[in-house]
Ligand binder design. Structure first.
Ligand SMILES: Cc1cc2nc3c(=O)[nH]c(=O)nc-3n(C[C@H](O)[C@H](O)[C@H](O)COP(=O)(O)OP(=O)(O)OC[C@H]3O[C@@H](n4cnc5c(N)ncnc54)[C@H](O)[C@@H]3O)c2cc1C
Length: 342
């Protein structure tokens, strides 16, 4: 490995590297800025059976509180680039302001306001940790689903918390449009335009960022340092997708005024707002010292302790379990967790 481009930093905590600010000291932290060093660092961790965490922006992780006895590798180029910068270069307004890296978004199928990475990805260049080969995976090999992919599903099969396929770089479609057809209801409302009315890129992007700010889902770097909602991993639960029949036949116990949304292109599937379920489950937003619920958006669990607190990880897990049990008891719906629980 070319040590000139590799930094090994002692005393670094996962709490310093994750947007939820949770996690103890790390055995080994390696930052690389070349693809060769990135692959060498991954190979080295795998060869010595170390737990591996390939870190993007750390915005979709809930680490545990203790020491991370493994190797964290962070790549600054290619897949390590900030997703928001990539979206600005390619003029993709829907995904504006989603924290994290391009690689993390490819794994997670990050999305917002009616669009997701799956709509833009052509192919990803990946390092296969199983065969030690570099391969190109076309978008149809990713098995993309709502906030899920073949890559995300492979997490845990090899040592650590990263997929079998490590994204080195990704090719997205050039959008190239000057004007966009707005479909998403919240954006229509914000811009006060009719469905299918055309708006320009800057207007669209600014509307998305404004809505994100109102909903408390801006990247922590864009939020005041003293804002108690600042430290999170974004949406903590997926919006459940169910067959409408299950609501009609009473298996799912949902009152008629609860918001549900048609899933476009499906026969009878509807999406239920997980935020609404949590809001109507009688759970206090100030749950404990190290765990709470975002004051603007009930889907987001926060670490309200703005200086390092060594029990936030456990308290957030407790709150997560509490919410899952309450929603199951009241509505007979099993909530699914979105971030990677380490
Ligand atoms: C305030 C806030 C708002 C958010 N809003 C949204 C939103 O609107 N929509 C949305 O979808 N998500 C949202 N998120 C969640 C998060 O930003 C996304 O899931 C993002 O795509 C995660 O990327 P990351 O680089 O931070 O991944 P990390 O958290 O660093 O990593 C997550 C997983 O991806 C893996 N990974 C990262 N990089 C690579 C790589 N190069 N190759 C292989 N595996 C890799 C990691 O090993 C880990 O398993 C939000 C989060 C926050 C904090």
């Amino acid at each position: 490995m070319n040590t000139a481009t590799v930094d090994e930093i002692d005393g670094m905590k996962l709490a310093d590297l994750t947007t939820i600010a949770v996690g103890g000291e790390i055995d080994e932290f390696i930052e690389v800025d070349s693809e060769k060093d990135f692959i060498d660092a991954i190979k080295c961790a795998d060869k010595h059976f170390k737990k591996l965490l390939v870190l993007g922006g750390g915005s979709n992780l809930l680490p545990h509180d203790g020491r991370f006895k493994g190797c964290v590798v962070k790549y600054s180029r290619g897949a390590g680039k900030e997703l928001d910068l990539v979206c600005q270069e390619l003029r993709i307004p829907h995904l504006a302001g989603i924290p994290g890296s391009l690689g993390g978004a490819v794994v997670q199928n990050a999305g917002a306001y009616g669009a997701e990475i799956a709509n833009y990805l052509l192919a990803a260049k990946v390092f296969d940790r199983k065969t030690a080969e570099i391969v190109e995976l076309n978008v149809d090999k990713m098995n993309y689903e709502y906030r899920n992919s073949a890559l995300k599903k492979s997490i845990g099969f090899l040592n650590g918390y990263s997929p079998r396929w490590i994204v080195l770089d990704a090719k997205l479609k050039e959008v190239g449009a000057e004007h966009f057809n707005v479909q998403y209801p919240r954006i229509l409302k914000e811009l006060d335009v009719e469905q299918n009315e055309l708006v320009d890129y800057d207007t669209f992007r600014n509307a998305v960022l404004k809505i994100r700010s109102e909903n408390g889902v801006l990247a922590p770097s864009q939020v005041n340092a003293d804002d108690a909602d600042r430290q999170s991993a974004g949406s903590f639960f997926k919006n459940p997708v169910v067959d409408r029949f299950e609501i009609e036949n009473g298996r799912i116990l949902l009152p008629h005024y609860a918001p549900i949304y048609e899933v476009p292109g499906s026969n009878n599937l509807v999406k239920i707002s997980a935020a609404w379920l949590i809001q109507h489950s009688g759970i206090s937003r100030k749950y404990s010292k190290g765990a709470g619920i975002n004051s603007k958006h009930a889907l987001i669990l926060i670490n309200p302790e703005l200086s390092y607190y060594e029990k936030s990880g456990e308290e957030l897990r407790e709150l997560m379990r509490h919410i899952i049990v309450r929603v199951q008891e009241i509505y007979n719906i099993a909530l699914e967790v979105e971030p990677i629980i380490m």
